[in-house]
Design a protein around this ligand. Structure first.
Ligand SMILES: C[S@@+](CC[C@H](N)C(=O)[O-])C[C@H]1O[C@@H](n2cnc3c(N)ncnc32)[C@H](O)[C@@H]1O
Length: 290
């Protein structure tokens, strides 16, 4: 597990850009759940305050959310501004499939790139079980996970998985100009860095075992949030979910030593998130906008 940069203490992080801090009178966001439109809320925050965002937007009006308002470009612009240099935004998104795919996910990714993010990776969230069928196409079993970074990611803690085979084996190495295929005894490693296709079971017991979460119509798997949090942040970093729904990112961030700030436009969803956090012993402040 190697992080390119060591964890930065909060105070040190604030001091990193003293000029910006002196001239930017906006608020340094602190861990809480907030009811509101994420654009309005993020506009109150200082530049570069967030190390990692793990979020999933409403997809092409696929679900009926309460108080729905989705100004994508304004959200992306604010995300860029509030992301720290070296920070990462993980944008988990699918397309509406009606008579063909909407390709909204790609348009959004291109917009992120236009405004300055680097498309650090395009990952796949594969669903192990999916009931969705199409009569004239293969069953859709994935969503995109766009990993957008502001400059080079400051943190990468690669997740590992066991290799199929390990131990010592005679392995061929590059042929020299004489064309002879030489073999030498080499060790096959016990583990390797994962690929960028991540598979999760979905539904109760897969996505989460928290029944209350399913009062929200579109929860993503806890493990997905956790895997990104471990990969792109360190302990004490501030993790954001600007459309936090049932609070999945928050639960996994807080249980793993990160700070968390979550926003949702729906007071009902924020109430679900708060209860879900409370159920794991996390008593978390809620700013209900009143
Ligand atoms: C796909 S869901 C997120 C689900 C979440 N990842 C989870 O695991 O529960 C998208 C959320 O975006 C919220 N939303 C839509 N527009 C918003 C906005 N402008 N500001 C804040 N939240 C918004 C919706 O209320 C909805 O809960």
């Amino acid at each position: 597990m190697g992080s390119i940069m060591p964890p930065i203490e909060s105070a040190e992080r604030e001091a990193r850009s003293p000029l910006a801090a002196a001239t930017d009178q906006r608020e340094q966001p602190s861990g809480r759940l907030i009811v509101g439109n994420c654009v309005d809320i993020m506009r109150q925050w200082r530049d570069g305050a967030i190390q990692l965002t793990v979020t999933s937007p409403p997809y092409d009006q696929l679900r009926d959310y309460q108080g729905y308002d989705f100004p994508f470009e304004a959200i992306a612009d604010e995300l860029y501004r509030v992301t720290a240099d070296g920070g990462v935004v993980v944008w988990v998104v699918g397309d509406r499939i009606k008579s063909g795919r909407s390709l909204t996910s790609f348009r959004q990714a291109l917009y992120f790139q236009e405004i300055g993010f680097s498309a650090h990776d395009v990952m796949i969230y594969q669903k192990k079980n999916t009931p969705f069928m199409r009569s004239n196409a293969y069953t859709n079993a994935y969503e995109m996970m766009f990993v957008m970074s502001k400059g080079k990611p400051a943190t990468f803690n690669p997740l590992k998985e066991p290799t199929q085979r390990h131990g010592y084996e005679m392995l061929p190495h590059n042929k020299l100009p004489d064309g002879v295929n030489k073999k030498t005894l080499k060790e096959l490693k016990r583990e390797k860095t994962r690929t960028n296709i991540w598979s999760y079971a979905v539904g109760l017991g897969g996505t989460t075992s928290d029944r209350i979460a399913f009062q929200h119509p579109a929860v993503f798997p806890e493990r997905l949030a956790l895997d990104h949090i471990l990969s792109w942040s360190n302990e004490d970093d501030l993790v954001l979910d600007p459309m936090c729904g049932s609070g999945t990112t928050g639960k996994m961030a807080l249980l793993n030593g990160r700070r968390f700030i979550g926003i949702d436009i729906s007071a009902d969803y924020v109430a679900i998130a708060r209860q879900r956090l409370a159920d794991c012993g996390l008593d978390f402040a809620v700013d209900d906008g009143s």
